[in-house]
Design a protein around this ligand. Structure first.
Ligand SMILES: NC(=O)c1ccc[n+]([C@@H]2O[C@H](COP(=O)([O-])OP(=O)(O)OC[C@H]3O[C@@H](n4cnc5c(N)ncnc54)[C@H](OP(=O)(O)O)[C@@H]3O)[C@@H](O)[C@H]2O)c1
Ligand SMILES: N[C@@H](CCO)C(=O)O
Length: 358
């Protein structure tokens, strides 16, 4: 039986669903994959919990009762002392700062599986250094859920790139939360801020929903896909339509934004009122490999079009390549949500295990 030891950072929507899915899939993984996934350490931003035995369904209570304030070094010391084999750090945070730990984690013997998009969208220098450090230490970094949650977008693109298939363009609705927000807002007579709150409650938005509304989250996804295809770009080069009013942007607090988010309602209502009867608003990302342009913007689409007819929190990625010609390869489905994202992380863990010795 192959054993993987997971140190989980982040116990929010994605992290907690992942624990539940690993617990539920435990016997199946042992029987079908010959794989045992253990989670000896669970941590959020302030508290860590060292599980002396395997994880239990009661992990949340244990986390509250036995969790303690920690530094990363405490975790590193603990896992070294336990001599765990096949260590994996799962980054289910949205933290910019946590990514500062990646190089240390790799040097300390961890593979990394990340839902967090930050590492892949920092400077090219960091992007390269991380990959160099991974190679030098024979470690793997998997991050399928960085784009399209559980949808196999990165894997598909990587397969095209590896087989020398020329990807010319990718267009689509890259954001699950903004898909839900505009699908609902255009369909129903409700205030924009109300729909935004609902998307957050359903776990579709980033912890700070302005990361979605500002277009930064989709900008990141475009950059991640572009870099997979060999494009040398930085996040600041993505052309982004920012939907956050200036007085509520990153220089004001999240609390202030939550208090005043009704300020968004009038502008979006006016936008909706300008639509023709057969039109809807969609939040669209475009990556043009020929010009190297990456763009995030709102677009008026026909209700009957592929993007106009999207439902729920569905994303849709239209991938144009040389061999497929005018007809794109389309990957479509839930683009956000704890369950689908956690399933994508779990799939990455299984793929990682296949690469490791027994
Ligand atoms: N939700 C989705 O549909 C979806 C889809 C694809 C990818 N993702 C990505 O998945 C990640 C998590 O999303 P989420 O919805 O689960 O967010 P969330 O519910 O806000 O959870 C974030 C978790 O990260 C923890 N955290 C923050 N900083 C940390 C640090 N420095 N060290 C350890 N833990 C830290 C938080 O702990 P505290 O409570 O202590 O702050 C919290 O437990 C994000 O990067 C997001 O982009 C999400
Ligand atoms: N906030 C992101 C989560 C998935 O990355 C979205 O709405 O698409």
């Amino acid at each position: 039986m192959k054993k993987i030891h997971i140190v989980l950072f982040g116990t929010g929507n994605v992290g907690s669903s992942l624990i539940q899915q690993i617990l539920t899939a435990g016997e199946h993984l042992k029987e079908q994959e010959g794989l045992e996934l253990k989670i000896p350490v669970i941590a959020n931003s302030t508290t860590a919990f060292f599980q002396k035995h395997n994880q239990k369904p009661s992990w949340e209570t244990d986390f509250k009762v036995f969790g303690f304030p920690y530094q990363l070094q405490d975790v590193l010391d603990y896992v070294r002392e336990q001599e765990y084999e096949n260590l994996v750090a799962v980054d289910a945070t949205a933290s910019e700062e946590f990514v500062d730990n990646y190089l240390t984690l790799v040097k300390e013997g961890f593979h990394i599986v990340a839902a967090n998009k930050v590492a892949n969208t920092r400077s090219s220098a960091f992007y390269e250094e991380l990959r160099k450090t991974l190679r030098k230490n024979n470690k793997f970094f998997l991050y399928e859920t960085n784009v399209g949650a559980g949808l196999p977008v990165i894997e598909t693109l990587r397969n095209f790139h590896r087989s020398h298939e020329e990807v010319t363009r990718i267009r689509g609705v890259f954001s699950g939360s903004l898909s839900y927000i505009f699908n609902t807002f255009c369909e129903e007579e409700r205030a924009f801020s109300e729909v935004l709150s609902e998307a957050s409650e359903k776990g579709f938005t980033e912890p700070d929903p302005r990361v979605d509304l500002s277009g930064k989250d989709v900008g990141r996804k475009l950059l991640i896909l572009g870099r997979e295809l060999g494009l040398k770009k930085e996040l600041h080069e993505v052309v982004i339509q920012d939907l956050v009013p200036r007085h509520l942007n990153g220089s004001s607090s999240l609390e202030n934004f939550q208090k005043k988010k009704k300020d968004l309602d009038l502008d979006f209502l006016q936008l909706k009122n300008q639509l023709k009867q057969d039109e809807v608003i969609r939040h669209v990302g475009e990556l043009d490999m020929k010009t190297g342009k990456l763009e995030v913007k709102l677009s008026r689409e026909k209700k009957t079009s592929a993007l106009g007819s999207l439902q729920h929190a569905d994303s849709s990625f239209e991938i144009f390549t040389k061999s497929y010609g005018e007809q794109p390869v389309v990957i479509k489905g839930a683009g956000a949500g704890a369950a689908v994202t956690a399933r994508g992380v779990l799939t990455d863990l299984i793929k990682l295990a296949e690469k490791l010795p027994s």
